[in-house]
Design a protein around this ligand. Structure first.
Ligand code: FES
Length: 97
């Protein structure tokens, strides 16, 4: 329900199970329905970046974007950008099969 609820372990778990990339989308700063969830998200991103490095994963495999529910075209654009960025990477070292 809120980007602030996404624990860094969830991101790393997805990536180490073979996901090519993970994006967290949250409400713009000041617009979180839970007041400060997206501020928590910003802090957690720093931990996620350190974990990516520890697990030997490229930083491009993770992205945080602020996108409101009324920004359909922007959502489509950030998803397209993320997809293209991930496609430029080698296969995930955690991908099996
Ligand atoms: S409700 Fe918290 S970031 Fe959207």
């Amino acid at each position: 329900m809120c980007s602030g609820m996404v624990h860094p372990n969830l991101v790393i778990d997805a990536l180490t199970k073979g996901a090519d990339g993970v994006m967290i989308c949250g409400c713009h700063i000041g617009d979180c329905h839970y007041i400060d969830g997206n501020h928590k998200t910003e802090k957690r991103v720093e931990a996620i970046k350190l974990l990516l490095e520890d697990f030997g994963l490229e930083p491009e495999r993770f992205r945080l974007e602020w996108v409101s529910a009324s920004e359909g075209p922007r959502f489509a654009q950030v998803m397209t950008d993320m997809t293209e960025a991930v496609k430029r990477l080698p296969p995930s070292p955690y991908k099996t099969g």
